[in-house]
Design a protein. Structure first.
Length: 365
């Protein structure tokens, strides 16, 4: 909802050397690495996974048939894909020649939710864990070792891996301007959702609240450590260790943290932060009962899909409303006006969301 825009404008106005690099945390890493904004998408998907045991578990408990559950799941998936095409697939051009089969946020959420729901509905927890491990390992192996033009064993490069070739072979130019190898990458997206499914089942268990927070914290630390180690970070920090006659930093087994391909280590690393954040807010809100501060965020979360679509499609309109009410302040705030104007735009959308929340109007996929 434009938070990164406010940060960028405020840092530019402040002209402070200490803050100069802060806007970079709101720009996605082009290839290998991890920044703050790279956590947003996987956190969405993780929380969808958390909700699956609650939503589907409740329906199973009351005796709903799998047919009715699947009808509900597939309908939600279809709605999310159509909304995603409106934002990124040129669907609103109403020109079939301009349509693109893109894979942006909502499509990613939809397909991750679909496959994670199937796994949850048909496998018990131990087999869910096994299936997630197979997806993580299988995705890495296919990306690291399947040969092809320009591919080096164990090396991840754009356009030189099995995921990218598969997308080009199946979709070609229908992919449009974003080519992320997402068909194979679904394995990574589902793995992120499944990490959330495990958290949801833990929260629904009979363990004490303090124990739940502790287990979530432990899972977060384990996922972070596993993601970092598997990425080769440890080997790069301590080079010179020879195993099997070769410096371990040169082994082809490392899997870099790459959001653009949602590598297995990215799923684990982002999942680690997601577990830790869930543990923190579970502790603050459910255990310690500190809730009032969270109301502004609840207003957004209650209509999150509406908020996302409204900002993506209508943020120029919200900006114009802000300029009508706050344009006169420009003479006083000078270089800070961009930050003020975008804050006003976000406030305009929030007021709309608050009105919906107050009147119990909830728009869901």
């Amino acid at each position: 909802m434009g938070g990164s825009t406010i940060v960028g404008a405020a840092v530019k106005a402040a002209d402070c050397d200490l803050l100069r690099d802060l806007p970079q945390q709101f720009v996605h890493v082009e290839w290998e690495g991890f920044r703050f904004i790279d956590l947003i998408f996987p956190l969405f998907l993780f929380l969808i996974g958390v909700a699956i045991p609650y939503a589907l578990g409740k329906r199973l408990a009351r005796g709903d048939s799998l047919k009715s559950i699947y009808a509900h799941v597939v309908t939600r998936v279809a709605v999310l894909i159509v909304l995603g095409m409106m934002v990124n697939g040129n669907l609103l051009s109403y020109n079939v020649h301009k349509f693109e089969i893109t894979y942006s946020v909502l499509q990613m959420l939809a397909l991750g939710y679909l496959v994670a729901s199937i796994v949850f509905l048909h496998l018990r927890l131990p087999w869910q864990i096994a299936a997630t491990a197979v997806m993580l390992m299988g995705y890495w192996a296919l990306m690291a070792f399947v040969p092809g033009p320009g591919h080096e064993m164990g090396v991840f490069k754009p356009g030189c891996n099995f995921g990218d070739w598969l997308n080009d072979w199946i979709l070609g130019d229908l992919q449009g301007r974003w080519r992320f190898g997402w068909i194979l990458g679904i394995l990574g997206h589902v793995s992120t959702a499944m990490l959330g499914v495990f958290a949801g089942q833990l929260l629904r268990s009979g363990a004490s609240r303090v124990a739940k927070a502790g287990w979530l914290t432990l899972l977060g630390v384990v996922c972070l450590a596993a993601g970092l180690f598997w990425s080769g970070w440890t080997a790069r920090q301590w080079p010179g260790v020879e195993l099997a006659g070769r410096d371990w930093s040169q082994w082809p087994v490392w899997c870099p943290i790459i959001k653009n391909r949602w590598t297995s280590t990215f799923a684990l690393y982002a999942g680690g932060y997601s577990y830790l954040l869930l543990a923190l807010f579970y502790l603050v809100i459910d255990v310690w009962q500190f809730r009032r501060w969270a109301v502004p965020f609840m207003v957004i979360g209650a209509n999150s899909i509406f908020a996302y679509m409204a900002w993506q499609l209508c943020h120029p309109a919200f900006r114009r409303v802000s300029e009508v009410f706050f344009g006169g302040l420009q003479q006083y705030v000078g270089a800070w006006f961009e930050a003020v104007a975008w804050a006003g735009a976000i406030a305009t959308l929030w007021i709309l969301l608050w009105y919906m929340y107050r009147n119990k109007t909830f728009v869901r996929a």
